[in-house]
Design a protein around this ligand. Sequence first.
Ligand code: CAA
Length: 257
Amino acid sequence: MTYENIKVEQRGSVCIIELHRPKALNALSQGLMNDLTAALDVAEADLATRAIIVTGSEKAFAAGADIIEFQGKSFSEAFRQGLITANWERIDRCRKPVIAAVAGFALGGGCEVAMMCDFIIAADNAVFGQPEIKLGIVPGAGGTQRLTRAVGKAKAMELVLTGRNMKAEEAERSGLVARVVPLESLMEEALKSAEAIASYAQPAVMMAKDLVKTAQQVGLDEGVKIERRVFHSCFGTQHQVEGMAAFAEKRKPEFDD
Ligand code: CAA
C-alpha cells in the first residue's frame, strides 16, 4: 500500500509508521490521519506484526492538527462533521502495542496522538505542549483528559491554560514520557523496546495492555477484580505452559503467537 503523508517500514515483527509531511512539520491534516488510520488497520490485521512504532522527523513528531484546514470552519461545520473525532481515536483503539518515538515538536494534536500511544520514548530534543489556547480554541483530541491523567491536574492545568511548551526532561519527570534518550539513538531504543514486546506471548501482551488502560477507566477494587479474572485466564493458554516450562528447564521460551 502506498501513502502520501506517511512512510511505513516493516522490521521483522515491528511495523514503523513515520509521519511524513516535512513542509508542515507533520501537521496532522485529514489526509495524514486517513493514511495513519489505514496503516494501523493493515498493521492490526497482519498477524506477523506484533508491535507498532509511530514516529516523525528529527524536527517534529507533529506540530498539531493542520491549522490551515481548520481555519474558516464554522461551529456548525465542526459539530456536524464531528471534527477530528472521525479517525483520530484509531491509535487508542489499537489492540496491538503502540510506542510513540518522539523527537522535536509534539504540540497540540501531536502531543495528543503521542498520548494515545501506549507509551512515549522521547528524544532529548522533544518538546510537548497543548498550545491550542493561543489559537482561541481548546484541545480537541483528548489533550485535557489524557494530559491530566498523565501529569496530574496542577501541571496539566498550567500547560493547557498558558500554552507553555515542556521539554523532554520535564515531560519525563512529570510522568508523560516513559524514557528520554539521545536523539541519535531514539529509533534504536524504540526498536529495542518494540522487539522485546514482540518476542513475548501476544495474548499476554494484549491482555497486559488492556489491563493498564483499564486502570485509567475504573476504580481500584474493580480494576483489581478485572485483573484477577484475566490473570486466571492466562492459565488456560499454552503460553503460560511454555513460559513456565522454559523457566523451569532454564531455556528461552518459544512463543509462536
Ligand atoms: N498546521 C499547519 N501548518 C503548520 C502547523 C500546523 N499545526 N505547524 C507548522 N506549520 C507549518 C508552518 O505554517 C510553516 O509553513 P510555511 O513554511 O509554508 O510557512 C511550516 O510548517 C514550518 O513552521 P514554522 O515556520 O512555524 O516553524 P518554526 O520552527 O518557526 O516553529 C512551531 C515551529 C513552534 C511548531 C510553529 O510552527 C507552531 O507554533 N506551530 C503550530 C503549533 C500549534 O498551535 N499546534 C496546535 C494546533 S491545533 C490542534 O492541534 C487542535 C487539536 O487538539 C487536535
